[in-house]
Design a protein. Sequence first.
Lengths: 303, 422
Amino acid sequence: MEYFIQQLVNGITLGSIYGLIAIGYTMVYGIIGMINFAHGDIFMIGAFVALISFIIFGLTGVALPIILLLVLLIAMLFTACYGWTVEKLAYKPLRGSFRLAPLISALGMSIVLQNYVQVSQGARVKPMQPLFSGGLEFFKDSEFIVTVSYLQIFIVVLTIILMGIFTYLITKTDLGRAQRACEQDRTMTALLGINVDRTISITFIIGSSLASVAGMMFVLYYGVIDFYIGFLAGIKAFTAAVLGGIGSLPGAMLGGLLIGLIETFWAGYVSLEYKDVAAFSVLIVVLIFFPTGFLGKPDIEKV
Amino acid sequence: MEKKDIIQSFKDSLFTGLIALALFGPIVGLKTVSKGEGLFITPQWGVVFLLVGLCILGRFLININSARRTEFKIFSTLSSKFSSITEDKAKHFAITGILFAVAFPFLPFTDRYFMDVAIMILTYIMLGWGLNIVVGLAGLLDLGYVAFYAVGAYSYALIATTFGWSFWICLPLAGLFAAFFGILLGFPVLRLRGDYLAIVTLGFGEIIRIILINWYEVTNGPDGITGIPRPSFFGLPFKRSPDEGETSFHLFFNLEYSTMHRIIFLYYLILVLALITNYFTLKIRKLPVGRAWEALREDEIACKSLGVNPTNTKLTAFAIGAMFGGFAGSFFATRQAFISPESFTFIESAIIVAIVVLGGMGSQTGVVLASIFLIGITEMFRDLEQYRMIAFGGAMVLIMVFKPKGILANRKPTILMHEDKK
């Protein structure tokens, strides 16, 4: 039982990270109907920017909460630039092209970003000294002590705060309204005086910023990163987006949590070597039984 | 051009520079280096300023060069002329190409290195042609094609090392295994829409690789399988000193022993395999199932209403594509005599997809050109190993942006009810 609770805590933490990446996939899919294959690598860039800023601020000796806030903002800003540029260079010219074209362009972009980071930052794994230590301990009398580290609490709380801000942004502001309108009918939205290009750009900026926060959490949680982390994390996050129903924002978060839990429980109870297989198998099974995911809208094709 | 425009484009370039600074600043400018315990930062501002300067200059040149539109037009008319020429003369091209390929090993400049590269290019051409059935004809984006290549290679290696059967028995078996895996995967996932299918096949490719790494008892894990038997020339092995009671190739034909014999044999082997793939594809395009693939690619809903079963039709494309992948895998295994999961990473799938897409989906000649181009370029830049993949990915993006239908776009249906009136 204690072991179960421990795995549950770990799973929720991991799920928060996947959920934040999944939002980027689901938003882009909702608005322009393509899988942004390079999103996983945007997440990786976010992790690198966070790592670099942690090292720089680590030398200054500022208090931890201030460092965290600064790194968060810096990572969001710089990673958003990447998201914006990728959209402008690789996807915007392909709007209205045949449907596999943007996907292949995204694939190319993903290869470029990965190798760009490999060339400029080196291929070796980058370790980081842990910033957080300690945590709360439960069930002290039993054999297995459940530990909820402060880092895990930080990750989950930060995710909840960001989700709150994000939900407000999408449901209550003009920007969110414009965005939801673009999802439904881009031509009509343009006719009504909404700048569609700008709205799509902002979608990419928001998605990339959230991915960069996930990247920062990843650096803190695992302590090592390399240029290849975006590939697996990206696919798992995409699985999460599909699981929750692609195009649905609460679905992405739910899917992220589920994938995090499945992966952790699989690793804890079944087999550690095959934990990545679990995520992919879940993807295949879900697509067979719920082609639109748990919270997705049915996909009706008009002739 | 007016002064106002120049100022405008100058401002725009500065903005580009600002963005470039934000992009390159942290990632290129602040390199993290491990020293003893922990990471340290080594600034590299010189490189950053160079890159930012290049971006500003490039953007400015594009902005003030109002003629750029016509340049692109010239580019695209040239390439479409090129496609129409190759289409008209397709037969001549094909015959010249095949004759050249047959004569290649005996040309005066051909040496060991050229042969190795040629074998590699032919392997990719074969994989490209195999995948072309799935992507080009049936319009299904398969990002996990390397899985079938791996299944073919491993089943060949396991059968050949366990039972000691000859290449010609193992080859069809490996192809069958790969086709079986194609059906196994295809059955549940082929109902999905294009882009979901892409991700699921990608996941399948990764599953196969993870299994190959972890199923130590059978696949020998990351160490791979060694000592895979080399192919023999109809029972005559390519050995310097054959075993008791055996005649080797050079003794039988009374030739001086040379390692080139085996390489030339391998070259012709893959050439024949590739040509079989091509011939098969060209023939099956004219059969009802081939027609159904192309029809499905163009409009799935119309096909359904005409009574074509999309799942079964796609499944045949998937299985046949997988089978050719399996054949190529067996060839790879017998050529290398050693295989490990490292040879079957996602990047291989990406290269094969890139070959098919850049060649122009559905075009057999395009696959040849794209393979020679991509693999040739990669070989030429061997020394610049690091930048190779950046250029590769960049080429994928650029070709998609400027020529989304590939170098030789051939999405023309094989049969038309009415010729287009012009």
